[in-house]
Design a protein around this ligand. Structure first.
Ligand SMILES: [Zn+2]
Length: 334
């Protein structure tokens, strides 16, 4: 197979370390690194010195979070992608909706993967014995391996003929009264990643072949053209994150046989929905628990949400299913 069409698979033999380019596997020196959160983003939102809590509960600053990356991957692949996304971000929600979803997938995916392999590199150190080792969870590793195969599209020209690996929602939020311009949330096990950049909230599940977005299409049709209040955006996030919990299948990706003249790989995908249900059944109680964490800053508890056990509290839709233009926040006089 042509060199530029060769996929690197660090999960085979767990090749993670400070001397291995995260994207192509080339050996690099310790100073060849790239920040997980791109420099322009850290600068724009003054994140550099802000603390970030990792999976093992250790705290680093955004600027300290770096992964090994060779010069070629940096200049040929990551740099140009950052330029395109930065341009889109500067145009806000319309810019982010106009950009090719595949690029957003790669951009969000690289940050997600960067936080993940920071963890995996740490676990390769025999002196570090984390209580909760990602590298010892075979099911999670299979998921990450599958995800990284399509994230290689950052470097290897790759066509996804009839699917996109992720569900990506670009949500318009009226964040003018919010104390911060930047918010970030990720969840390793469900592969959820969300960022709010001013009025644009991007929420994605990085490995579901768009199944979450498809399952939420009726809600999304109503919500997409509207600008949401922060409390509504938090609810929508909760619904998407909860769908991530319920998702019960892991897409697999296969490369179609390559011919000598091929300039790119064509990927096929496989979902085992014969032996598995795609989504586990929705449970109001566990959804309410998750929503309460998203609504914590409004002081709304799980009990408030489940006051009517059959109909969890919603700031997006009335019990009749109508979109709520101006939600009344419980406990706050209008
Ligand atoms: Zn590289």
């Amino acid at each position: 197979m042509q060199q530029h069409l060769t996929i690197f698979d660090p999960f085979e033999g767990m090749r993670f370390g400070n001397h291995i380019c995260f994207l192509c596997g080339t050996r690099v020196t310790a100073d060849q690194q790239t920040p997980v959160f791109p420099a322009w983003l850290m600068e724009k939102y003054s994140l550099g010195h802000e603390p970030l809590r990792l999976l093992d509960q250790s705290v680093v600053t955004y600027q300290d979070l770096k992964i090994p990356c060779c010069a070629q991957c940096q200049t040929q692949y990551l740099g140009p992608l950052e330029e395109k996304v930065q341009e889109a971000v500067s145009k806000g929600v319309p810019g982010l909706r106009a950009i090719d979803e595949k690029l957003l997938f790669q951009w969000m995916g690289k940050m997600f993967y960067g936080t993940l392999i920071t963890e995996l590199i740490k676990e390769q150190n025999p002196l570090v014995r984390p209580e909760y080792a990602v590298s010892e969870q075979p099911k999670m590793l299979l998921k990450f391996q599958s995800f990284f195969r399509v994230l290689q599209s950052l470097r290897v020209p790759m066509v996804f003929p009839d699917f996109i690996p992720a569900s990506i929602f670009v949500i318009d939020v009226d964040a003018s009264a919010e104390p911060s311009q930047f918010e970030f949330r990720d969840e390793l096990s469900t592969m959820m990643f969300s960022l709010r950049l001013d009025n644009a909230l991007i929420v994605c599940c990085l490995l579901d072949n768009g199944m979450i977005k498809d399952s939420m299409r009726r809600v999304w049709q109503v919500v997409e053209p509207r600008q949401l209040q922060p409390i509504q955006a938090a609810e929508l996030s909760a619904r998407i994150f909860y769908a991530g919990y319920l998702l019960n299948v892991i897409p697999d990706y296969l490369v179609r046989p390559v011919k000598p003249q091929d300039e790119h790989l064509v990927m096929d995908t496989l979902i085992d929905d014969v032996t598995n249900v795609i989504f586990n059944p929705w449970q109001h109680s566990s959804y309410a628990k998750l929503l309460a964490t998203m609504w914590a800053k409004w002081g709304i508890t799980q009990e408030d949400i489940l006051r009517d056990p059959q109909e969890p509290l919603s700031m997006l839709f009335s019990p009749e299913g109508e979109f709520i233009e101006f939600p009344t926040i419980p406990g706050q006089a209008k």
